[in-house]
Write a protein that binds this ligand. Structure first.
Ligand SMILES: Nc1ncnc2c1ncn2[C@@H]1O[C@H](COP(=O)(O)OP(=O)(O)OP(=O)(O)O)[C@@H](O)[C@H]1O
Ligand SMILES: [Mg+2]
Length: 358
């Protein structure tokens, strides 16, 4: 790919086998399971697929080898429009392999995963020049060293860095939050980091680490963000959920679409929640991600009129022509940090004080 990327995902690659346990399943027997699929997964992996399906130029950085699971993972990305050009070829590397059991009543998922043949990215794997030319990066905590290295690699550029952190060493998680422009954490990790009882209180504590955008998600309870001194809440959209796998990933993907389109924080949260609710309607975290064309026929009635208007406009714009010229700096309204709007992100991030200990 010669053009620069709208989005590069860096992180874990997984192949998931997902099934909804049939109502009359019997232990020790062979159970016919009509709802059983194999699909690519993982937070940054599926998070990158959302914008790619909507026509943005996306690539993914991870180590893959020449074996069946790696080939499936590559094909799964390619099928959703993610370029496979950035994968690092490491002969024995394999994706994570996961079994995901969905409860037919609650749509909750239980995940069993194996990382024994997964190979972490090495510093030399990072295509620094390509990362610095991208418009956004989506970075996870499975590859926290690569995440920190990528954040350092793009420091001083206008690249927006969106984190999907789920677990891991608290010091390195805090470092990543301090360096990124947009951190979106599940409530479990935010609670662990801050020992607070409510997302709003946790955000106030995390705010001491960064002037970037800070968000916390908590399943059907919705999501919260620091908006200046205030806490903003975006409820989850009520849908008849089949499988909650990938809701967080889709939320990140929808949020990134909003970053790429220059939407304000409220619109980004709303579109993230909308895309997550779409994904919850089907088995698998990538099954119901809409293409740009499909977006026009999806139900957006639950969105506020302002967000519905920008989503309709997006749906009506052919993918290639809706993109800003590659390498163009994201506008000031896109960098809604606390305090005065920065003229360029680089100056804001440079001005961030070193992280205080929580
Ligand atoms: N069952 C659901 N129905 C509708 N929307 C949902 C549902 N579950 C989650 N969401 C939406 O997705 C957002 C993110 O979900 P959640 O907090 O579960 O992410 P997560 O813990 O990162 O999940 P995962 O990593 O498994 O995808 C929520 O804030 C909400 O807007
Ligand atoms: Mg998640």
């Amino acid at each position: 790919m010669n053009q620069s990327y709208d989005l590069i995902g860096v992180g874990l690659v997984a192949v998931d086998i997902l099934w909804i346990t049939p109502p009359n399943a019997r232990a020790g027997e062979k159970n016919n399971t009509p709802q059983l699929i194999m699909q690519g997964g993982a937070p940054a992996g599926s998070g990158t697929c959302g914008p790619a399906m909507l026509g943005y130029r996306a690539g993914f950085l991870a180590r893959l080898g020449d074996n069946i699971l790696s080939n499936i993972a590559r094909d799964e990305f390619a099928a959703r429009g993610v370029s496979t050009d950035l994968f690092v070829n490491a002969p024995n590397a394999e994706p994570a392999f996961a079994l995901v059991q969905i409860d037919p009543k609650s749509a909750e998922r239980t995940v069993y995963y194996n990382l024994s043949r997964y190979q972490q990215l090495q510093a030399a794997d990072l295509p620094v020049a390509t990362l610095r030319k991208a418009r956004t990066l989506l970075l996870d905590s499975f590859e926290i060293d690569a995440t920190l290295a990528a954040l350092d690699a793009v420091a001083g550029t206008p690249v927006r860095t969106i984190l999907d952190l789920e677990h891991g060493d608290h010091d390195r998680i805090r470092k990543a939050i301090a360096k990124a422009t947009d951190s979106i954490l599940p409530w479990g990790l935010a609670r662990e980091l801050t020992r607070k009882k409510e997302p709003g209180e946790a955000l106030a504590v995390l705010r001491t680490l960064t002037k970037g955008n800070l968000l916390v998600t908590d399943g059907v309870r919705g999501s919260w963000a620091c908006d200046g001194q205030d806490i903003r809440h975006q409820p989850a959209f009520r849908v008849s959920a089949v499988d909650s796998t990938g809701c967080g990933d889709a939320y990140h993907g929808g949020y990134i679409v909003g970053v790429l389109e220059g939407w304000d924080l409220g619109m980004r949260m709303e579109f993230g929640a909308w895309l997550a609710a779409e994904v919850a309607k089907s088995l698998g975290g990538r099954t119901n991600l809409p293409s740009r064309q499909e977006l026009a026929s999806r139900n957006t009635d639950m969105l506020t009129s302002a967000t519905r208007a920008v989503v309709r406009k997006l749906a009506a714009t052919p993918a290639s022509s809706s993109l800003m010229p590659s390498g163009k700096e994201l506008s000031g309204k896109n960098t809604d940090m606390v305090g005065p709007k920065p003229r360029a992100l680089i100056r804001t991030m440079d001005a961030i004080p070193s992280p205080s200990v929580l």
